[in-house]
Write a protein that binds this ligand. Sequence first.
Ligand SMILES: [Zn+2]
Length: 491
Amino acid sequence: MQTITRRTTIKAGTGAILAGATAAQQRAQAPTIGIQVGAISFLDEGVEAVLDNVQKLGAVNALFLATFTYGRGIAGRQVSGSPFPDHGKQEEDRDFHGGFYTTPHPGFFRETALKPQRAPEIPGDFDLLEKVLPVAHQRGMKVFCWYEDVFRSDVPGLPQLAEADLYGRTSSRVCYRNPQTRAFWLGQVEDYLRSYPVDGLMFGSERQGPLNNAIGASHGGAGSDPGRVGCFCPFCVAAASKEGISADRARAGHMELEKLINALRKGARLSDGAFVSFWRILVDYPEVLAWERLWTEGLRDTYRAQFRLAHSVQPAAKIGWHIWHNNTFSPFYRAEQDYAELSKTADFFKVVMYNNCAGPRMAGYVKSMSAGIFADLRPEEVLNMNYRFQQFEERPLAEIPTSGLSSDYVARETRRALATTGRNTSVWPGIDIDIPTGRNEKQTSPDDVYQAVTAAFKAGADGIILSRKYSEMKLVNLKAAGRAIRDLGLA
Ligand SMILES: [Zn+2]
């Protein structure tokens, strides 16, 4: 258990001095007001126009540019089915593909079969960092590369890095323990830091281990297939064997779990109840839990390796992690996001606290869990239990899809992160501006943004990152973030 916290440090005898030093450092350095932006916005609207908007309206002083992803969450225009915001081209992406939005230099990717591929939807001479970085620096804004673990199944070389599920089938997910995957992420770290004068890097992984996936413990978990979880590739099996963990036993336990979850989802009611039946599998096959820990260690090793390389290449650059929104919904995932441990090798955390879309997403989590290991509880009971687990005071299940979660949730999550995050690691909550939800679900209003930003700073945040991407944000909502920052006297 973590006992040394920022709070206890301040309470301790030397606390006054430490707290004073921290406050002085914070005064000397303006809080980070970040925003995530993809390449298409600069192509559609022009570099100067985008920077004008984010600086003047949002009081932004740091850009998190989507340099690599195959996903439309952080790159591309507004996603299909959601209204276009009041800026940018009012048309959908044609042939969105994804890849690198910079010019990857092949020399940094020699150790991996996953060959860096430029995003083909972007003109051949466009390099996001080359175009934006000098202009941003001239305006006194910092620039971070923002890259995430999202792939397509047809990326050349991907099968050689792929996870293997419990039946040995490969997937479009890369295995964190595969040395070629590690080489791909380290190639990016080195390429960005050696090829461009960037201020830092942010890496995001929105994935979890096989146990959490098997029980569907995420906001999109209702559709998860407990037979497709991984990883059981030769690298993972070898790592387990080194620790004396039997892969065969882990597989056998997962097959029992697969049977249980599939039966519960079909409506089976068990004499011992769903939860006891689940827990019995963990008792009979502790290897299932061991395998979950191995998976998480693979990700943590990836964080550690990137942190060490980044600081050896460019000691002044900051490198940190985007912490997935599932941290809000699933106590199982949350247990694995140990800020005290993770902050040993991170300069900052962007902890996702998207309170608007959190409403429908929390409802999605409850739906998934109510069909699985909590099948004997009513969905409302699952939600109330989850509020206690996660220490939230929020609205009933019938309301959250349209109300979202409150700014009090943002304050609680910020305080919780600060309580155990090491003092050298900054906490920058991710703030939701117009993240797409269903047609009849919660939409972002200027007051939502104003309240969330205010709550994060009042709870002690070292900065914020406006998310997910500029191309989906209404300017009136961006302006509300700037107003909150100015009202707090931070800009
Ligand atoms: Zn593996």
